[in-house]
Write a protein that binds this ligand. Structure first.
Ligand code: ATP
Ligand code: MG
Length: 302
């Protein structure tokens, strides 16, 4: 057993129950508990695992960059206040920022609307050797756009392509696109941060009451709660149709921030361990060039 094997197994045990088995039809409100903590008693028990997870992440990221054949894309989806920002901040703390790019997707611009819906996401994919983080993602195209049909109206689609079969079609297109990505070395880590309605209410109140959090508060986010059930339906349908062998979904409980962060770190480590990137071995010719350079540097010492 190499070093860290035991820790990797501990992280794997945490993430196994989060996975949506491809083909499984899920109903978010019944099938996943936002308060779950994977049997851990609290922050204190989780902390050493999180630290070890972040260390492993740093080690593997260095090899990922050196090998430069694979990219990793973390797709983060959630309702407001589920902790996307905090999760990104924590996972980033274990990474070399030179090889990471975070992309946040908002309401599409006029230019973006002049292209097919996957265009803006394609433009932000990670390079080989890099990690990309999508803060919201192409999944908004079957979530917010489905919950608010007026957003679809703005997408300038030919009318005969806007029938009720559009969501099934988009699921298929997303699956095909993701398959193309994984078949070409981009590994997907898809995460839905699952917050309960009550915890979201509590966090909004905190944003109102704590002056340091006022800037995060948006009255529009509170209004969006009216569509909670529609979001649950849209998320359930999307997870049921787009959890694939090559791009499985993970539903991460989001009522306890410490557990959310541990889960996402564990999922990233798992993806990197699976890729198992290696430092490239220099060729015979490169070895000779290294030896020559070494001789030159040593000669300078006089
Ligand atoms: P935060 O509130 O933490 O800054 P956020 O991701 O909620 O993060 P906002 O600027 O508040 O950022 O909101 C972005 C908005 O853009 C969300 O309401 C989201 O639903 C919307 N959005 C994202 N993608 C699309 C899309 N493809 N079409 C329409 N609206 C979208
Ligand atoms: Mg917001």
């Amino acid at each position: 057993m190499g070093d860290g094997d035991e820790e990797r197994e501990a992280l794997r045990r945490i993430i196994r129950p989060l996975r949506v088995r491809p083909g499984r039809k899920v109903w978010v409100p019944d099938d996943f508990d936002p308060r779950d903590t994977g049997g851990l008693s609290g922050r204190e028990e989780a902390e050493p695992h999180l630290q070890q997870g972040l260390e492993l992440l740093a080690r593997y990221q260095d090899r990922l960059s050196a090998q430069a054949t694979h990219g990793v894309l973390l797709v983060l989806q959630a309702l407001d206040a589920a902790g996307k920002d905090g999760t990104i901040k924590h996972v980033m703390s274990g990474l070399n920022p030179s090889f990471v790019r975070v992309s946040s997707f908002k309401v599409p611009s006029t230019e973006e609307l002049m292209h097919t819906y996957l265009w803006r996401y394609s433009n932000r994919l990670p390079d080989r050797g890099c990690i990309g983080i999508f803060n919201r993602s192409h999944y908004e195209e079957v979530l917010v756009v489905r919950v608010h049909p007026e957003l679809l109206q703005r997408q300038r689609l030919p009318v005969d392509l806007m029938g009720p079969d559009i969501w099934e079609r988009r699921f298929r297109e997303i699956n095909d696109w993701e398959r193309h990505l994984t078949d070409n070395g981009i590994r997907l880590v898809k995460v839905f941060l699952n917050i309960s309605r009550e915890e979201q209410r509590r966090r909004f109140l905190e944003r109102i009451d704590d002056p340091r959090k006022n800037w995060k508060f948006s009255a529009a986010d509170v209004r969006e709660r009216r569509w909670w059930d529609d979001y649950m339906r849209a998320y359930s349908d999307a997870l049921s149709h787009t959890s694939t062998r090559w791009g499985p979904w993970h539903v991460v409980p989001a009522d306890h921030k410490w557990f959310t962060r541990l889960c996402v770190a564990a999922l990233m480590v798992d993806a990197l361990v699976d890729i198992d990137p290696q430092y490239p071995q220099p060729s015979e010719e490169e070895r000779r060039a290294l030896a020559e350079a070494r001789a030159e540097l040593e000669a300078e010492a006089g």
